[in-house]
Design a protein around this ligand. Structure first.
Ligand SMILES: [Zn+2]
Length: 268
């Protein structure tokens, strides 16, 4: 058996390299300088931050796809010509890298029958981000460790809340980025603060109706967390709703403006 990263040879009973920590492979690894022909350009993937399991998995995928490759420690070397294929395999190996659910842990199952595939995808992503080990049973139940039940319930609440918000908002249609977005966010925040102080301000009300309507229809801009953006859209929608209600109370205007101003406090 060989370590694919450092090429050290081991007897068959050994399962991982004592130096590198990664699982071993059967075939002798190719030295990185021998990947591709002499004049063929190479590309390097620095995978230091990847887990041992993901690197071992990528190694297996590359071998099974017969893509020439070599390793310099945690750096993978392939031919530039194979870059697209390697990107796809790397994505596959990285996605599989969730926290591992221990075999001997007490487990509980959640019925996922009512969940759409999209909602389940959002849940799996949220569980991964929260570092909660999970898997699906053959019957499609979500399986987690019993000790994480409270955390899982919390994640489920957050995800269902967010999906409900997204549902209510509908899909945004406008793309606004960069300076233009900053200006819009800044304007809305200023208007919100004005309305908190003086909820009857006619000029700010008119401007806010226009701005809040626009902002509530903007797609999640680059660099924004989707949840956070949904929340901003929701506040804008509520603000717009209050201001376009002819029977509005000053107090409702103030409350909606305050919630919106708080939401935008740290954004611009
Ligand atoms: Zn090694």
């Amino acid at each position: 058996m060989y370590c694919f990263q450092c090429a050290r040879e081991y007897v068959e009973e050994v399962t991982e390299c004592v130096e590198c920590g990664v699982g071993l492979v059967e075939d002798k690894p190719t030295p990185p300088e021998e990947v591709g022909g002499q004049d063929e350009p190479q590309v390097a993937y620095e995978l230091y931050e990847w887990s041992f399991e993901s690197r071992r998995m990528l190694e297996g995928l590359l071998t099974s796809e017969a893509i020439p490759h070599g390793w310099q420690g945690a750096v993978l070397i392939v031919r530039e010509a194979d870059e697209d294929r390697v990107d796809a395999l790397a994505e596959q190996a990285e996605e599989a890298d969730g926290p591992i659910l221990e075999d001997d842990a007490e487990k509980i199952g959640y019925d996922m029958d009512e969940w759409t595939a999209e909602a389940q995808g959002a849940l799996v992503k949220a569980l991964g981000l929260a570092g909660i080990p999970h898997m699906f049973s053959a019957e499609g139940e979500l399986i987690v460790a019993e000790e994480n039940e409270d955390k899982v319930d919390e994640v489920i609440d957050q995800v269902t809340h967010r999906l409900a918000v997204d549902d209510e908002l509908g899909e945004a249609t406008q793309v606004i980025e960069g300076l233009k977005l900053n200006d819009l966010l800044g304007d809305v925040r200023t208007l919100a603060r004005k309305l908190v102080k003086n909820s009857g301000d006619a000029k700010s009300t008119l401007s806010m109706v226009k701005h809040a309507e626009l902002l509530s229809d903007v797609k999640t801009p680059f660099g924004f967390d989707g949840n956070r953006w949904s929340q901003i859209r929701l506040r804008c929608t509520q603000m717009h709703g209050v201001l376009t209600d002819e029977d509005r109370e000053e107090e409702d205007v103030r409350d909606a403006a305050e919630a919106l101003a708080i939401e935008l406090q740290e954004v611009v």
